[in-house]
Design a protein. Sequence first.
Length: 369
Amino acid sequence: MTNIPINKPYADSGEEALVLDAVKTGHGEHRNKYLDRFEQEFASFTGAALAHCTSSCTGAIHLALAAMGVGPGDEVIVPEITWIASVEPVLYLGAKPIFVDVLPDSWCIDPKSVEQAISPKTKAIIAVHVYGNLCDMETLLQIAEKHHISILEDAAEGIGSYRKGKHAGSMGTAGTFSFHGTKTISTGEGGMVIASDPEFMHKLRVLNDHGRDPKDPEAKMYWMRQYGFKYRMSNTQAALGVAQLSKISELVQKKRDIFLSYQQELNNLPLHWNPEEEGDQNGYWLPTFVVDSQHSFNREQLFQAMNANNIEARPFFYPLSSLPMFQSRPENKVAYGIFDRGVNLPSFHEISPNEIDRVCQTIRNFFHG
Ligand SMILES: Cc1ncc(COP(=O)(O)O)c(C=O)c1O
């Protein structure tokens, strides 16, 4: 029985040609050729004015929060349900993450919880489009405007997701993306920041070049006014990114087809799936279900059945405040109530209809005993 992994990149001769060109010619005066192109094409794809390549989304979040001025003593409001990388950069900067609850349908940050968590120390909100699902950006933007705070959209999982026609990541102060090997488009490791304010983006670019500012009137070799970071993407990775982005519609459509197959094949089971509101498009990075709370569900037993059939399924994220290094916040009832009832399913682009059937059959057998 073949192994069905959760995700893996898709690449063909298009990637091969550009990567080879970058390796052979992407140096000297051409050292930024693919980086510039990837940034321009990504900005145009997402509808953002500006984009900046990074070595990971974790680095992109770190840079974006730093460019927002987040620092020691500040608070940053974050959702309970996300990958730890959304929150670690808050800690790197000496600020405090304030964990708030998520909505029961989208599993994204709950604007009401956000409003309750605002304090004079709040500097930013991180809105995570988890598993491709979209945050209620209209309400979050109103809250941010009212309290004069920044919004970072963590769209690491949100490529191909649109809120009322606007691409995930393009609505807040900045948006960040991941091109890790498990994502819809991949550069192996890699990330991107998008933003519309040129001053913000300039600050971020300077921070990502060890603090070197080409506009500084005193700029000279090896001399800088401030220290920064180095989360740079290589030109070769950017070539991979350009090739991947050229097939983005196809790759997102494939994700959508995979999701719809699961949802249709399992529609008789008591499962809540990634939602898609009227007027939105979900890029369905990771097809996910949460079992209805009326039904008893032993997730470990389902994982054992999946393992026995050589299928890699994954657990829903733990509420981050429940991890040992944080203070738990069980009052975030939605997050604490759903996490152990949630399962992520395989969605690599080349999964075959037979493999999708095998996943669905395993789940049906588990529920029907
Ligand atoms: C929601 C979220 N944020 C941030 C990241 C970090 O991305 P990277 O692995 O590119 O640093 C990920 C990656 O898996 C993610 O899923």
